[in-house]
Design a protein around this ligand. Structure first.
Ligand code: SF4
Ligand code: SF4
Length: 120
């Protein structure tokens, strides 16, 4: 029994793939990659408030957004919360990394209402 298993394993293809050299096509609805649109973000903080993993930090006065990929559980609550469609979860795998990636952006255009000059 065991010998047959050993022989079968020796002459069969491995059950795993050498990612990222080769990878399986993501299944439908897979939400592997979280992407933010810096140009559209107004730093309202709605995504951070809805994030159950505290993976997003928004500093509204400083106009900065930080995202921690290693805390993210890919639930898509941030994408549902963002009324401007700035957060997308794509059907793609993140590549392996040696160090924790830091994702941060700041200084996106302000809302038109904020940008208009004050009237007296
Ligand atoms: S990504 Fe969307 S919800 Fe999050 S701060 Fe920017 S505009 Fe607000
Ligand atoms: S996908 Fe979920 S866990 Fe990841 S940043 Fe968005 S709300 Fe947070």
């Amino acid at each position: 029994m065991m010998l047959s298993r050993v022989l079968s394993n020796l002459f069969s293809r491995p059950a795993t793939r050498p990612f990222p050299k080769t990878s399986r096509e993501p299944v439908e609805g897979y939400r592997g990659a979280v992407e933010f649109s810096q140009e559209e973000c107004v730093f309202c903080g709605a995504c951070a408030l809805r994030c159950p993993a505290n993976a997003i930090e928004v500093d509204r006065p400083a106009k900065t957004l930080k995202f921690d990929l290693f805390k993210c559980i890919h639930c898509a609550c941030c994408a549902e919360a963002c009324k401007r469609g700035c957060v997308q979860l794509r059907s793609a795998y993140h590549p392996p990394v040696y160090q924790k990636p830091e994702f941060e952006f700041s200084g996106a255009p302000v809302l038109a209402a904020e940008a208009s000059p004050a009237t007296e």
